[in-house]
Design a protein around this ligand. Structure first.
Ligand SMILES: Nc1ncnc2c1ncn2[C@@H]1O[C@H](COP(=O)(O)OP(=O)(O)OP(=O)(O)O)[C@@H](O)[C@H]1O
Length: 240
């Protein structure tokens, strides 16, 4: 069996003296879409921050293609092929859309190309709105446009794994639908994706496997079909 692209093995993390993750086990196999779910405050964003090296794991390991990422700075981790679409989008307010996309462009990390490299034209093909807004400053964009830009910016780094933290939160339904459609296209191209979101039905359509985080631990994993067939699990762990 080949090693998974990303594996979290018993990962713990804390804010100061307050532990938040208590041993997270999570695997993203190459070419798969994994959904990470959980109610507010259960540790999803903290898990992402720990993967990206934005905070240290106090126990356990984050392993990328068999390599322990402990001690690597966030930019080094990103350069290995992890592309983050952060919660809250964090677009650069004083750069134009074009400048943002060009400034973040990188070739794929060695051995991690999953298809045709991402270019400005390819990102515009995915999000035509970004072409129309190419000369607008990040700070002038609507929430939906900022989200498209955050995804385009991550794709321009030619990631082997795209990580999206609440990428549809607070957006109009029509924009959410566009983003889910884009994730479907990226999956069809073979990109590996770790997606955090609250919309179970949309996640179930795109994901190969799903994991539920509760109080800093993964308490359930399974297929979308298994989750959809288990309303008690959804009710107990997701409050839906
Ligand atoms: N900077 C911080 N300092 C202290 N505690 C924090 C900090 N950020 C998050 N926490 C706490 O850590 C826990 C996990 O938060 P986290 O943001 O990882 O959850 P989440 O599952 O992503 O939630 P949400 O869906 O609300 O984004 C929460 O109890 C939260 O209050």
């Amino acid at each position: 069996m080949t090693a998974p692209l990303l594996a979290l093995e018993g990962v713990a993390a804390a804010y100061g003296r307050t532990p938040v993750l208590f041993g997270v086990d999570l695997t993203v196999p190459a070419g798969e879409v994994v959904a990470l779910m959980g109610r507010n405050g259960m540790g999803k964003t903290t898990t992402v921050r720990t993967i990206m090296g934005l905070m240290p794991a106090t126990a356990g390991r984050v392993v990328w293609r068999g390599r322990d990422l402990a001690g690597l700075a966030p930019h080094r981790i990103a350069h290995l092929g992890l592309g983050l679409v952060p919660e809250g989008r964090r677009v650069f307010p004083t750069l134009t859309v074009r400048e943002t996309l060009v400034a973040t462009a990188r070739p794929p990390a060695p051995g991690s190309a999953t298809g045709e490299p991402w270019t400005l034209d390819r990102v515009h093909g995915l999000f035509p709105r970004l072409a129309e807004r190419a000369d607008s400053l990040g700070g002038q964009l609507s929430g939906g446009e900022q989200q498209m830009l955050a995804i385009g910016r991550a794709l321009m780094t030619n990631p082997a794994l795209l990580i999206l933290d609440e990428a549809t939160e607070g957006l109009a339904p029509v924009i959410r639908d566009q983003i889910w459609a884009v994730l479907g296209r990226l999956k069809a191209e073979g990109l590996s994706i770790l997606v955090i979101d609250k919309t179970v039905s949309a996640l179930a359509r795109v994901a190969d496997r799903m994991a539920i985080l509760e109080k800093g631990r993964v308490v359930w994993t399974g297929t979308p079909a298994a989750l959809l067939a288990a309303p008690d699990v959804q009710h107990r762990h997701l409050g839906v």
